[in-house]
Design a binder for this molecule. Structure first.
Ligand SMILES: Nc1ncnc2c1ncn2[C@@H]1O[C@H](COP(=O)(O)OP(=O)(O)OP(=O)(O)O)[C@@H](O)[C@H]1O
Ligand code: SF4
Ligand SMILES: [Mg+2]
Length: 323
């Protein structure tokens, strides 16, 4: 396999919570010891229920957060410990596209100034900026006369295109797409996905694609990681994961995907999760999924399962399955 673009090693992102004077500060373990690689030009899907830490992984990788511990090797250099100034050269190589294109675009700025902002921040000359903005607006399927308008004058899909144009301004190598289509109409979703795929094949960009839409993740990703309570519990090539999922949580997550065909829907065994969702503030000692797992054994409540490679490229963190 190729050399990874990014190697994530034992990444931890803890947030201090509870700032009361008399109470001891607690730590919310949003991302807890996550390890995976991202290869140049691939789309890596990241799935898991709300609050499991997907966005925090994305924001930490592009260094919007300073990780609590662990390494983020970007082309072999660890960017985890870098300060704001040191991380600047990497910022232009790593971008993020957000779920809500309206909230992420400044309503008082014209499209032209929104798209050119990253270039201004990096000190690019005005002449180059003007030329690049004209190129970008066409690349995302909008017109030059859109440049002097404001975000409220556009549809959701068009606003997402503006956000994408902005993220492309500095020729990024890596983009975190955080639920990029979930706020859009179904008819527009496919257009935005097609555009992301085209941009990737033209420019060789690596995507971390975060989504609740498991069918879309299957369509767009070459590999998929499943998160639960801050941990990466399973990771495999997309076809392998969707046909041979091993982790009890992955099985439950996939069983909840609506099946379009009514015959298949009748046959599908939906696994309804029982038990409480533990809090990332006070995570259990053993397996994070133990309180809801149908296969839970004594060891699961005591020991955190280590990540094992059960077949080439298929990683699993479970004491019981995959043996
Ligand atoms: N800046 C922050 N300060 C404190 N806690 C945070 C912060 N950001 C996220 N969290 C907490 O970290 C955990 C993971 O949040 P995160 O947003 O990464 O989840 P997610 O998987 O992206 O969820 P969703 O699917 O709802 O977007 C949650 O418990 C959340 O409340
Ligand atoms: S380690 Fe145990 S509790 Fe955790 S997922 Fe596997 S079987 Fe279930
Ligand atoms: Mg999120």
């Amino acid at each position: 396999m190729a050399t990874p673009l990014i190697e994530v090693r034992s990444l931890k992102m803890y947030f201090p919570v509870g700032t009361s004077l008399f109470k001891k500060r607690k730590l919310l373990k949003a991302v807890d010891d996550v390890t995976f690689d991202l290869y140049p030009g691939e789309t890596f899907g990241l799935v898991g229920e709300s609050g499991c830490g997907k966005t925090t992984v994305g924001r930490t990788l592009v260094r919007l957060y300073q990780p609590t511990a662990g390494q983020i090797l970007y082309r072999g250099s660890d960017i985890a410990p870098l300060d704001e100034k040191q991380v600047l050269p990497y910022r232009k190589k790593m971008q993020m596209i957000f779920q809500d294109p309206y909230a992420s675009l400044n309503p008082r700025m014209t499209v032209s100034s929104i798209i050119s902002e990253p270039m201004r921040l990096q000190g690019v000359a005005q002449e180059q900026i003007t030329a690049r903005v004209a190129e970008l607006i066409e690349q995302v399927g909008l017109k030059k006369d859109h440049l002097n308008r404001y975000p409220h004058e556009f549809s959701g899909g068009q606003r997402q295109r503006i956000g994408i144009a902005r993220s492309l301004a500095m020729h990024p190598e890596f983009i975190v797409c955080d639920e990029p289509i979930s706020a859009l109409d179904v008819s527009i979703q496919a257009q935005v996905i097609n555009m992301l795929e085209e941009l990737q094949s033209e420019m060789g960009i690596t995507y971390l694609f975060i989504s609740h839409d498991l069918s879309m993740v299957r369509h767009i990703s070459q590999r998929v990681g499943v998160m639960y309570l801050g941990h990466l519990v399973e990771l495999a090539d997309t076809d392998e994961l969707y046909s041979n999922m091993q982790h009890p949580y992955t099985q439950a997550l996939m069983s909840a995907v609506p099946v379009a065909d009514p015959d298949l829907a009748a046959q599908s065994n939906r696994i309804v999760l029982q038990g409480d969702v533990p809090q990332p503030i006070d995570p259990p000692a053993g397996c994070p999924f133990a309180s809801r797992c149908r296969f839970c054994q004594n060891i699961c409540k005591e020991q955190l399962p280590e990540v094992r490679e059960i077949s080439p490229g298929h990683l699993l963190a479970c004491h019981v399955m995959g043996k």
